[in-house]
Design a protein around this ligand. Structure first.
Ligand code: HEM
Length: 155
């Protein structure tokens, strides 16, 4: 069994968790089980739209939203495409933007605990809004906390 999402990340960022089985019996993190559990492309798109909608209004996320380029549609497109591949679905980021290293694309930013926590809070609230299975919500948040720690480059 492989964790396809893992391939786009560094070794530190994710690992398969075979304890988490979805309703069809496939472990989240293997093949495209996570992508399917998230509702495929439309499901991931909704997650990312909710994520950035929350980031735009949450007081503690003001600073990290301000770090983004002015055209938020591009950031939404990039994160949506990245997460599809990261969850084992189609490699849509690579198709449009080429290869990516998550630590590298955040290198020019100062991301400490406050920024990491703000990002994860937006993600937690966005995940809570989705019609996902409860165990998948927990699994997804836990998995995303790993690359979030990897991009932290300050205290
Ligand atoms: C931990 C806190 C994080 C903060 C504060 C943060 C912030 C940002 C910001 C400000 C940008 C825009 C950079 C620019 O265009 O100059 C960005 C881009 C991006 N972030 Fe994050 N990020 C975080 C974590 C993550 C994580 C965990 C992932 C993946 C799971 C991720 C995926 C991406 C992607 C795919 C892009 C687009 C890269 C590109 O092609 O330019 N980010 N992030």
């Amino acid at each position: 069994m492989q964790n396809h999402g893992k391939r786009l990340m560094t070794d530190k960022t994710s690992s398969p968790n075979i304890q988490n089985l979805n309703t069809s019996g496939a472990a989240y993190g293997t093949l495209d089980a996570s992508f399917q559990a998230a509702g495929g492309e439309q499901g991931v798109k909704q997650l990312v739209d909710d994520f950035y909608d929350i980031m735009m209004v949450l007081p503690e996320a003001k600073k990290i939203f301000a770090m983004h380029p002015e055209d938020n549609a591009i950031s939404r497109d990039k994160l949506y495409r990245f997460l599809c591949g990261w969850m084992g679905g189609p490699k849509l980021y690579r198709e449009k933007y080429g290869p990516i290293s998550i630590p590298q694309v955040h290198k020019h930013l100062t991301i400490g605990y406050a920024e990491k926590n703000a990002w994860l809070t937006c993600m937690q609230q966005a995940i809570a809004k989705q019609p996902y299975a409860e165990d998948f919500k927990e699994y997804l948040y836990f998995q995303l906390s790993k690359p979030a720690e990897v991009v932290r480059n300050s205290d």
